[in-house]
Design a protein around this ligand. Sequence first.
Ligand SMILES: *Cc1c(COP(=O)(O)O)cnc(C)c1O
Length: 520
Amino acid sequence: MSLLAPSAEDPSPAGISPTEPADSRAHLLNNATAARYRAAVTESVARVSARIAATDRPFTGISVEGLTPTVAAVDLEAPLHDPAAALDELEEVYLRDAVYFHHPRYLAHLNCPVVIPALVGEAVLAAVNSSLDTWDQSAGGTLIERRLIDWTAGRAGLGEHADGIFTSGGSQSNLQAMLLARDEACRRELTRDGAPAGARLTDVLPRLRILTSECSHFSIRKSATLLGMGAEAVISVPADEHRRMRTDDLTDELARCHRDGLIPMAVVATAGTTDFGSIDPLPEIADLCVRYGAWMHVDAAYGCGLLVSRRRELLDGIERADSVTVDYHKSFFQPVSSSAVLVRDRSTLRHVTYHADYLNPRRMAERRIPNQVDKSIQTTRRFDALKLWLTLRIMGAGALGELFDEVIDRAADAWKLLHDDPRFEVVVEPQLSTLVFRYVPATGPDPDVIDQVNLHARDALFASGDAIVAGTKVDGRHYLKFTLLNPETTLEDIATVLDLIAEHAGSYLAERPEPALSAR
Ligand SMILES: *Cc1c(COP(=O)(O)O)cnc(C)c1O
């Protein structure tokens, strides 16, 4: 086997030819191997594109037991030395049975189909491999990320002192926002007039409270725990029948905090709850935050796509937030991961600024060298921003907004479909693109049976691979959920999936053991 890499001008198929076991350096990407890199990546792209072109279901329906032996059988101590053979193997262990979000009958979680300009970005950023912690590891990447933060903050209307940072996802963005809010609250409490002399951070921590709706994301509770406040620091505010935070209850809770000597460190409003897509009343919440001196965080992990849509007004009030979470990998059609946390006042980011002599010494900050690590809770960090950059440069923000608007329109039509269908019961008319519903048998059996029927229908559908839907609980009962993020999903697709659910539910009911038997 030839060890000579073909020249960069002439990437012959030999570029993905097997290597000799001893030739470990042939795998390093550099000037001598650029053609090998091109051929190997081109081959992998060809395979994925063939797979995607031929996918007729979102999933094969394979079980954990069915797939585990295939992955376990791979001998990691016996490399194949052949990219083509490894890709063949990958078909078996991954590609054949992966869950494909681009398929129109994938209706489960907040996973979007991805836009091609972003995939171009992903390919570029992986190969160049910039790390965005310091200027001296990225140069232009740093400036591109900063432009995109400014652009997003501008869309949100956060003002001229805004800033932010790309993160790995909404959970991390929420964690960082809560960290900033915590440290701001502690600083204020310890420096206010009349603060007890000698008071310390540890005296303040147990008095901090985060107020958020009962429908908010679990990462808020997780953040409270990670930040040393304990899950009990999160006060759950009831939601109204549209699943939006009730501001009368929020007012009561804030007043109660005040009475009890507790510190309302932050109010977390959700702009697009994960289950219902409901948007909390941002302007009223902003007023209350001002009144009680609380940090206002808007978790727009899901609803951020509204920033570029014709429904932008649904986010009115977001411009008053102290911090905002945006997940581009949800409603901006970006591949995982791509997310950011934005702040209204860039000076608050100092709470995550630490200087290391080897990396970002203080004198660099004094010389205004832009080291993004100064604003991040990560150190080495992917150049995820490049995906959004190429998306905006190739297709533009308006085109992204059209895609999101289309799925919101589709959800409204699907709601009518569900609402008029006597087989189903639907919870709320959506503001965004989720639908929470359940199958209700005509004979009206008891609530436990309805739970079982819906759980079964979801599992059976997943095992068939014909479609994937999610599930959740409402008032302690099991429901099904569609999360629509694919403009290619038609109303007919949705009608088909509803028929499939009804079929699985019907056969479960028909085969169900007699109640007397199941009770034993
Ligand atoms: C998805 C989601 C998150 C978490 O985001 P990840 O990117 O999955 O970490 C947080 N908040 C809301 C409202 C979400 O929908």
